[in-house]
Design a protein. Structure first.
Length: 382
């Protein structure tokens, strides 16, 4: 087979989708020496990927994701490569692409959280973009040979909102890092790199409204007011419009003895993430909505106990390895943190459950199961 993968969002700078694409290609290169792959990259990440399998080549697609040019010109460029099918690892399939394709739908967050706080665009442009999103994702789901999802929750969500047969949806769980049971923590590393000088709670991820960081910050302020322990809260991600807005709101709405305990790391290099995870006392994931939830699994792999919101997807993925709270209840989250932090026996139990949980998810299995989808689509095309 000749398979194309749209990898314009390849790499850690693109957060979850970037990691999805990186891990897919990395593991397919180790597993598949029969099919031929063309990896399509954008100008800014073209040099980030170098094929390690002779059946993998890369090509430039100089059209930015979610752009008008993507919709107009991408289909024409892809057709030039005479592929059997293309895997689009996100919903933004060109509207005029009529050749066989697979699409991964990670979540339907824009269906559930379309509010104006989810954008930096002026209101008229945002609602035009929202209309375009709905047309594009509807087209992708309707015309895909197979829709891949990362969880049963996302599969059910798609079935409830779009016209598609359940037989055309394939759930493929993502992977997780191996449990790092012998990892050596170096507290001085995070002190020097990030200015962390106290026990800290950690969140890794974006600051979009559905991530619900306002509840986390409110709960953290309650924790500081109600305990003698002087914790820090570390929010780790590239500083963008949403993080800048959040930082501004914290300074405006919280006293300095609270706001000074909250650290915004900005972009964290991959080599720095293990120490940042491993030295945290707790990892908090307060999201209202997720399609999978990779960061809490990464925290578990580094031996960090996880508190997560009790939304269906996270309970599916994390099982009994996390402690849950209602994402709308900052007092419950503050109480959960204050009870767990001094309870060393419970924290150790959660740590061990986390190690067990991450063993259920493997990037190799993720790639094998995706390859099986490719093979099944090939059989449809014969």
């Amino acid at each position: 087979m000749k398979i194309g993968i749209d990898a314009r969002l390849y790499g850690p700078k693109h957060r979850g989708i970037g990691r999805y694409i990186f891990k897919l290609i990395e593991n397919l290169e180790q597993l598949d020496w029969g099919n031929q792959y063309t990896i399509f990259l954008e100008q800014e990440n073209f040099d980030d990927y170098s094929p390690s399998n002779e059946n993998f080549t890369k090509a430039l697609l100089p059209y930015r994701w979610y752009s008008i040019k993507e919709q107009i010109f991408l289909a024409r460029e892809l057709r030039k490569h005479n592929l059997d099918f293309v895997h689009f690892p996100n919903f933004n399939v060109p509207f005029f692409f009529r050749h066989p394709f697979i699409v991964t739908i990670h979540d339907l967050v824009l269906d559930h959280f379309p509010g104006e706080r989810a954008t930096q665009l002026p209101k008229p442009f945002y609602y035009l973009k929202l209309l375009a999103y709905r047309d594009v994702i509807r087209h992708a789901i309707k015309h895909a040979k197979t829709v891949i999802t990362p969880s049963e929750f996302t599969s059910r969500d798609i079935l409830s909102k779009y016209k598609i047969s359940a037989s055309r949806i394939r759930r493929v769980y993502l992977g997780a890092p191996y449990a790092k049971k012998d990892f050596v923590k170096v507290p001085e590393y995070v002190q020097t790199r990030f200015g962390i000088n106290r026990d800290y709670l950690l969140y890794v991820g974006a600051a979009y409204p559905h991530k619900n960081l306002e509840t986390l910050i409110s709960a953290f302020s309650i924790l500081l007011e109600n305990t003698k322990k002087d914790y820090q809260l570390v929010l780790a991600s590239k500083k963008d419009f949403f993080y800048s807005r959040l930082e501004k709101e914290i300074k405006e709405n919280y006293p300095k003895h609270i706001s000074h305990r909250i650290i915004f790391t900005d972009y964290v290099l991959e080599k720095d993430m293990p120490q940042l995870y491993a030295n945290a006392r707790l990892y908090i994931f307060p999201s209202f909505y997720e399609g999978f939830g990779l960061p809490p699994l990464e925290a578990m792999a580094h031996g960090v106990p996880v508190i997560a919101s009790d939304v269906p997807c996270l309970k599916e993925i994390l099982g009994d390895a996390a402690v849950y709270f209602s994402p709308e209840d900052q007092k419950q989250l503050a109480q959960t943190m204050s009870v767990l932090l001094p309870d060393h026996e419970r924290l150790e139990e959660m740590k061990q459950k986390g190690f067990t949980k991450v063993e259920e998810y493997s990037w190799e299995d993720f790639a094998k199961n995706t390859l099986q989808v490719y093979n099944d689509v090939e059989a449809m095309l014969v």
